[in-house]
Design a protein around this ligand. Structure first.
Ligand code: ADP
Ligand code: MG
Length: 235
């Protein structure tokens, strides 16, 4: 589904990514783990061209998205992203937040888009909040709306950048559960997270980022062993 070959990203003199190569298979869930500042967000942002790689090649379902001739907007539609901060439109209901892009970008009728949005709100357990604005929702509820909004574009891949880091602890579980359901349905996902329990339970693979390079694939068995040796679930 995704192939990354020798990806480099520099910001001026700062070399953040120094040759990342990896592949993500269809329906695979890859968790990206590493210290703060190691380039995890930059890596995700390169995968949907929110950042332009300095060099290297990325392809999504066989399409080389780092090719200069590629339509960046189309790639961003195919690769959904959920951020630490939810960035919902504050003046719109949850339903409108989810329905907007399919109407504007995909040309769905309002009825079609609202139907799709209702189904997605049901999926994330928020059908009763369809008419509520983000300000009246908890952080966990807002993040679930943000996930529904990304899914409304029917992406091939979903990227999550620390989706639970800004949440109060009691709301982390409800968001992780939505992500677990997505994984079970076969969504291809790349998830930057500090939630070690989630990584152990859901990830097919863990990618460790450090100093701009990724370690070789670490099998979950070894990862679980490392965790049990540390005796904790949360770094
Ligand atoms: P992580 O998500 O692992 O914490 P980031 O990818 O956010 O790391 O950042 C990696 C490094 O790149 C940091 O040193 C950060 O300051 C730097 N960086 C990220 N984005 C930019 C940018 N747009 N301009 C300059 N430096 C940046
Ligand atoms: Mg980050």
């Amino acid at each position: 589904m995704i192939e990354v070959h020798d990806l480099h990203k520099h910001f001026g003199d700062l070399k953040v990514l120094k040759g990342i190569s990896t592949t993500v298979e269809p329906s695979e869930v890859v968790c990206v783990i590493g210290p703060s500042g190691s380039g995890k967000s930059t890596f995700l942002r390169c995968l949907n061209l929110l950042e332009m790689p300095t060099s290297g090649q990325i392809s999504v379902e066989g399409e080389v998205i780092t090719d200069p001739s590629v339509d960046i907007n189309k790639i961003r539609e195919e690769v959904g992203m959920v951020f630490q901060r939810f960035n919902l439109f504050p003046h719109m209901s949850a339903l409108k937040n989810v329905a907007l892009a399919p109407i504007r970008v995909r040309g769905l009728s309002e009825d079609e888009a609202n139907d799709r949005a209702m189904n997605l709100l049901r999926k994330v357990g928020l059908v009763d909040k369809a008419d509520v604005r983000p300000g009246a929702l908890s952080g966990g509820q807002q993040q679930r709306v943000a996930i529904a909004r990304a899914l409304a574009m029917q992406p091939k891949v979903m990227l999550f950048d620390e989706p639970t880091s800004a949440l109060d602890p009691e709301m982390v579980g409800e968001v992780l559960n939505v992500m677990k359901d997505l994984a079970k349905e076969g969504m291809t996902m790349v998830v930057v997270t500090h939630e070690m329990g989630f990584a152990r339970e859901v990830a097919d693979r863990v990618l460790f980022m450090d100093e701009g390079v990724s370690s070789k694939r670490v099998s979950l068995k070894i990862f679980s062993l490392m965790l049990s040796m540390r005796g904790q679930d949360h770094f």
